[in-house]
Ligand binder design. Sequence first.
Ligand SMILES: [Zn+2]
Length: 352
Amino acid sequence: MLQRSARMWTLCVQTALIATFVQRSASLQDNLVGRLQKSYNPSELSESRFLEYSNLSDKLHLREAINNILIPRVVGTGNHSIVRQYIVQSLRDLGWDVEVDSFHDVAPIKGKLHFHNIIATLNPKAERYLVLACHYDSKYMPGVEFLGATDSAVPCAMLLNLAQVLQDQLQPLKESKLSLMLLFFDGEEAFEEWGPDDSIYGARHLAKRWQREGKLDRIDLLVLLDLLGAPDPSFYSFFQNTESWYMRLQSVETRLAKMELLERYASSGVAQYDPRRYFQSQAMRSSMIEDDHIPFLRRNVPILHIIPVPFPSVWHKPDDNASVIDYATTDNLALIIRLFALEYLLGGGEDK
Ligand SMILES: [Zn+2]
């Protein structure tokens, strides 16, 4: 572990604030603010579609993808290029349009570094996007082989796996106005101490660039995945303007649980509030978790942040390696996120 980081500090604050949950009101739909179109309200997947899509999976591919990413991949190293090439090639092989957004920035300890965000779209000309995002760099920890399994090899592998598993179902999105984007941020980690100039290098660059280019309005919703793969995560709704989408995630989880399609579900249950769920019913406002969503949040992009609270106990420790990955939880979360994406993207029928 390096210096006490701002993120660690905010984690402490946020843990202390757990008592400040707000009770969800019945009229949340009325509270939707910002740019999310009230008119976009895709139908829930029918029973038959839900079952059909639930049966799609490729667990072997998910494990292979994790293994390919699970190497130290600090910005500027050869391994970092290897992982980047792997992500880019995997998506190009599946017919995605992949742009590598490269730029320079200066980091403490390292000096000038070359960063590369990976932006993959099914239809680069789409008018609107559901964006699923994670970061692919790993934390620089001198003298330690830090692999960052939850941080964020598993989330990156989940996104590649989604593209692999749903390749047929996503075909129509190559032509539709509403499409899917996968975003792999570079340089999320601080090199010395977390702060506004030493962290989220890629996200800061891209949010600024897209604002300049007038592209931020094309993001319907940015779903950021981080610190996933450890058992018994608890997620919360952090933002009121995306609460209806958070409730969709909850609803997918509930449907899967009722159909007994989740693996080893609620077996160990260390979650503090409702051990039977990943997506908790309480909303958590006052969260100060700093992550790649911040530069977009500040520019009014609607955000869903899928990050467990508390963070996994291995967070920023050498133990964040293959041994912490709970494959039942990982497969369950990957399934929930796939169904959420399909409902969002295909549930709109003619509205697309
Ligand atoms: Zn980290």
